[in-house]
Write a protein that binds this ligand. Sequence first.
Ligand SMILES: *Cc1c(COP(=O)(O)O)cnc(C)c1O
Ligand SMILES: [Zn+2]
Length: 414
Amino acid sequence: MNIAYYSCSVCGAQYSPREAGYVCPLDGGNLTIHLEFETSAKKPDPKRVLRSREPSIWRYLPLLPVNDPGFHGTPLRQVGCTPVYQPERLRQELGLRHLWVKDESRNPSASFKDRASALVAARMRMVHQHTVAAASTGNAGAATACMAASTGLRAIIFAPRTAPQAKVAQLLTYGARVILVEGTYDQAFELSLAASHTFGWYNRNTGYNPFTAEGKKTAAFEIWEQVLLTLPAGSERLRIYIPVGDGNILYGIHKGFLDLLSLGWIESLPILVGVQAEKSAAIANAFFARADTIAPVRAATLADSISVDLPRDGLRALNAVRESKGHYVTVSDEEILQAIPQLGKAGIFAEPAAAAAYAGLRKDLREGRLNPESPVLVLCTGSGLKDVRAAASAVPSAPIIEPSLQALEKVIHD
Ligand SMILES: *Cc1c(COP(=O)(O)O)cnc(C)c1O
Ligand SMILES: [Zn+2]
């Protein structure tokens, strides 16, 4: 599907595909991609998508701004189509009528970020770019490195020195050039932009490259297929709990639903609930203050994937929640850690940022912001294996015993 035009999310200026760069040259605003089906009478056929046998995001090609990238038989073809679970025990515990958890740890590099990096790899093929640079707290970098390894691109990843060890090991294993920056994610972000400019690298940064949101919107298409199409007629609108750092996942999912709405494939927008860590809550702060600009914070949450001083897609994530009639909720690091074993009891192993969404759902229920009759989906964005230290700190340690039955009996009866 071809791109009709780009629009600036701050000033509304429109750019043709030929003139558009990464962001609006007037104000640095994020660019939104508009596809031809929005304005043309010729619309893609939903039956064709629903009948597709492609088990990945590429089943939605008619709604994506890239050509089929090829690379069959590589991890690039295994991005998306992640499972949605209906954890009965959690549903009963929470007293909800419907609960789904979409497990994004099932993507090739074990986080939601593969969706964005796959689209970026497809775009790079179209514009004949061979080196991709990205700043990341870990997951976006791992996804970029994994997709680069799948498609023969060179990846250069800038991560804060404090990134969890597993994420750094994953980057190096995929063969990326890894630069650890003595500083914050925000500082790594600025350095990667300067480096891309200086060395002519293609830049994938979240909330900078307009194609990341186009990849992330595929989660909305899957939720449409997996959940919305199964909801009984007359149901309340689906509420989706999404962990928010830069805001690009939340905005991207909203964009996906806007696409479906403009096609007439859905009749109303699902309600989006953005969950931020109390110690990294720039967008939630703006929402609570009814502000139209986002003031940076000094992020200090242990949920590294949502630890952001200045959200790079904050404005669109703020407006998406407003437009969907949702809200923001903030959770403490303690609530985030507690949510890890709670999800674990349903067989889902989440990293702290992913568990934050579930913590937000629990807080909304506790504080009476959620009608238990509302259907709810929680997005579990990344695997617990990404940050084993955090998971270990959230559970009691295992006993160590002599290899004897007596020793076992002692601890078993404790
Ligand atoms: C990146 C990430 C998020 C947050 O996404 P943003 O687009 O930065 O809001 C949440 N969870 C995980 C696991 C992530 O990797
Ligand atoms: Zn602008």
